[in-house]
Design a protein around this ligand. Sequence first.
Ligand code: FES
Length: 126
Amino acid sequence: MGAIKIAPTPILKHNDNGKKMSDWIDAVDENVLANGENIVIDVDGTDVAIFKIDGQFYALEDVCTHDGAEIASGRLEGDEIICPRHGARFCVKTGAVKSPPAYENIDCFPVRIENGKVQVRDNRWD
Ligand code: FES
């Protein structure tokens, strides 16, 4: 199954420094994705791909650090996603780059399950 894109409404608040930060947002029902599937959601204006692997959920920015391809549409092998454009590989669990032509990691985001929903938040600006 390919990536599905949805855009939940983000909840923004401010941290102690007055910077904008995101709250947890509902991404998808816990039981919607099968192992090996992913879904792409908009988190505060960033496309985030949520993958399910061996019953666990992981979230990466949906952009290849080599040349900007949508990584969620790549092929999954174990816990590595292969970029559909030029074949760079990344660890879905950490965002770590595993092979060229990419040399930078992909940002990954915290994920949790709350009341049957997979939730994610963009913590890069906290
Ligand atoms: S855009 Fe992903 S490897 Fe080139």
